[in-house]
Design a protein around this ligand. Structure first.
Ligand SMILES: [Zn+2]
Length: 209
């Protein structure tokens, strides 16, 4: 669920959670990626210019998490060269999302149905802040490549989840299209969310031109 609010009005942040399927399975339950659709939804927020995103490596769920997250940002930039350039710095200290005018990425324990959450604040003075947290309580892996879009691994591909959450940071909302990056859920072993689908790219271009 997403609700756009202004945090400096004392209201809660817009909050998005990428969910794991409710059904727990013994192994990977993905299928290779299929054709995405042209569907997209905009949440109303955007990144106003080149931005440094501060990642706290503490508790990182895969090794080299900062470079993985940078690769996820780069996938969106490739989908729309006009999208704001985002640079990951592995110098963050945040351990929980907070409204502090700084874009931050961190790792923290959450309930097992959640993989990651993006919090976005809209400042009344203009501009937005997004913080992303990834759940340390679910199993993760980092596939060597996207491959066919599905690995027989009983864990979640971190880069796929990062690409989805970063889509929220750029201003995209969920779509009911399973093979789009902005689909609301992600299965174990799935890697195809690493590549924005046609609708994901159309949405970004609708925001950034
Ligand atoms: Zn989401």
């Amino acid at each position: 669920m997403k609700v756009t609010t202004a945090a400096d009005d004392g209201e809660p942040a817009q909050r998005d959670a990428l969910r794991s399927p409710g059904r727990r399975v013994a192994g990977a339950n993905c299928t290779p990626g299929g054709a995405g659709t042209n569907a997209y939804n905009l949440s109303g927020n955007r990144v106003l210019g080149a931005t440094t995103v501060h990642l706290n490596p503490s508790g990182g769920v895969v090794s080299g998490a900062a470079s993985v997250v940078q690769a996820a940002f780069n996938a969106w930039k490739a989908a729309d060269p006009n999208a704001s350039t985002m640079t990951v710095a592995s110098d963050g200290t945040a351990t929980a999302p907070s409204a502090d005018h700084t874009d931050e990425i961190m790792f923290e324990p959450m309930g097992r149905r959640t993989l990651g959450v993006t919090y976005t604040w809209h400042w009344s003075t203009g501009g937005y802040e997004s913080d992303i947290a990834f759940n340390t309580n679910v199993p993760w892996f980092q596939a060597a490549s996207e491959g066919s879009g599905c690995y027989a691994v009983n864990a979640y591909d971190f880069q796929s989840a990062a690409t989805h959450e970063i889509g929220h940071m750029y201003g995209l909302d969920h779509v009911p299209a399973p093979y789009n990056t902005m689909y609301y859920a992600m299965t174990r072993g799935e890697t195809y969310k690493r590549s924005p689908a046609a609708g994901d790219a159309l949405g970004l271009r609708a925001i950034y031109g």
